[in-house]
Design a protein around this ligand. Structure first.
Ligand SMILES: Cc1ncc(COP(=O)(O)O)c(C=O)c1O
Length: 433
């Protein structure tokens, strides 16, 4: 390979994530630049980043303040671990994080959403053990849920295709039904019906004993499974059932965190407080891998009753609190605050919603779902065209979005404005009509 060329000529060495290598090689889609809301392809075309990276580049690409913070930190201290020692910038990053989430006093740093989910599940199990309720081993997820790809997250996840190659994984996982009801098609924002589906948790408690259930984990707005906003009253009812049975409620905010709903976290938007929540992606504006698990003081305190010489939690990653990630996180939070990024998301959400629903009359678009700056359209499975075909057509005219089965999802950078939304509409018109 010619190292000077921006175009790799070996497409075989890199085993790509969630990719059909044969399809990719047949029509490679390669980008080599990213600025603001656009990618530049290797052949010099601009493509609107309709998925904000992968639901993560919330302040757009290449923000100079974040880049500068990373460069400065790399020169000052590239790495130091946090196993029994520390460095100020990780503590600063943690303080800034919890300040965004009133009622949550601690954050455990990870490197990804998947690690955050597995960490959260382990914290839930450890919490109950520490309190003498080690029999609580059931972890409850939901159909169509995406909680990353590690053992725990995949076990509570609910996307059959992702699980099929791997078997049972965690043996005590149970699942709620998903909340995508046909009667709610074309709902704007939260659907009216479906709160009753939270009773699945009560049923699991009845069947297995609520005293055996450790935690239930849900995405406040399900994302990668197809974008399903929670039915009105659903999250509230889950909270009630958890309280009745002493079950920890975990929100997976890997997508919804850092402003996608117009508030720092979706729990604030919905007014339902979990005991633990996960985050990643927008935490550093996706510049340096970093995730986190936020807990209430009550959860953390349960871990402080063991011998003082031993770790509170027998868990951690070499890169938990990595200096570069911490620097990126602090700079990212500065940008979110100083540029009113979350406020812009709140302002643009209704305009985004109107734009998406203007396609409701397209004959083979059978559902449109949206919440905050997330949206999805579902293509009739009997249509002559498929979501991946539409995604290809969109890419060719300069718009990227993500096909998920017969849906395609969009989650633009939160810096989107009315003009961008108009451009997206024009491109979607060319793709869909
Ligand atoms: C809700 C949710 N949880 C977890 C993950 C996994 O995150 P990562 O890909 O960073 O491991 C994702 C990724 O999209 C997600 O959407």
């Amino acid at each position: 390979m010619n190292d000077a060329s921006p175009i790799p000529n070996d497409l075989d060495s890199f085993w790509m994530p969630f990719t059909s290598s044969r399809a990719f090689k047949a029509a490679p889609r390669l980008v080599s630049g990213a600025k603001g809301l656009y990618y530049t392809t290797v052949d010099g075309r601009e493509v609107f980043d309709g998925t904000g990276g992968l639901w993560c580049s919330n302040a757009g690409h290449g923000h100079p303040r974040i880049i500068e913070a990373i460069q400065k930190q790399a020169a000052e201290m590239d790495f130091a671990h946090c196993f029994g020692q520390g460095h100020p910038i990780a503590f600063q990053a943690a303080s800034r994080m919890v300040a965004l989430a009133p009622g949550f006093d601690h954050v455990f740093f990870t490197n990804s959403g998947s690690e955050s989910v597995d960490t959260a599940l382990k914290i839930a199990l450890g919490y109950h053990s520490a309190r003498g309720e080690g029999q609580r081993r059931i972890l409850v997820g939901r159909q169509k849920a995406y909680h990353g790809i590690n053992f725990g997250g995949l076990s509570v996840g609910g996307i059959g295709l992702n699980k099929g190659q791997f078997g049972t994984l965690y043996p005590s996982a149970q699942h709620l039904r998903h909340t995508n009801l046909p009667e709610n098609r074309m709902s704007k924002g939260q659907p009216e019906t479906g709160a009753h589906l939270a009773e699945d948790l009560a049923m699991i408690c009845e069947t297995h004993g609520g005293h055996n259930v450790a935690a239930v984990i849900v995405e406040p707005v399900a994302g990668a499974g197809g974008v399903f906003p929670p039915p009105k009253g659903y999250l509230e009812r889950l909270r009630e059932i958890c309280d009745q049975h002493g079950i920890l409620l975990i929100f997976d905010e890997v997508i919804t965190g850092f402003g996608r709903m117009g508030t720092p976290f979706a729990s604030q938007h919905f007014g339902v407080k979990p005991d633990i929540f996960t985050a990643a992606k927008g935490m550093t504006n996706a510049t340096v891998p970093m995730g986190g698990v936020f807990t209430t003081a009550k959860v953390r305190e349960a871990f402080l009753s063991g011998p003082e010489a031993l770790p509170d939690l027998f868990h951690g990653y070499t890169y938990s609190g990595h200096p570069l990630a911490s620097a990126a996180a602090i700079a990212t939070l500065d940008v979110y605050r100083d540029e009113g990024i979350f406020e812009n998301a709140a302002k643009m959400a209704p305009i985004w919603e109107e734009m998406l629903h203007s396609f409701a009359d397209v004959p083979d678009v059978i559902d449109i779902r949206n919440m905050g700056l997330i949206g999805a359209m579902e293509i009739d499975p009997n249509s002559s065209r498929t979501a991946p075909e539409l995604a290809k057509k969109a890419w060719d005219i300069g718009l990227s979005f993500r096909p998920i089965g017969n849906n395609f999802a969009m989650s633009p950078p939160l810096t989107i404005d009315e003009e961008h939304i108009g451009k997206v509409k024009d491109m979607l018109t060319k793709v869909l009509r």
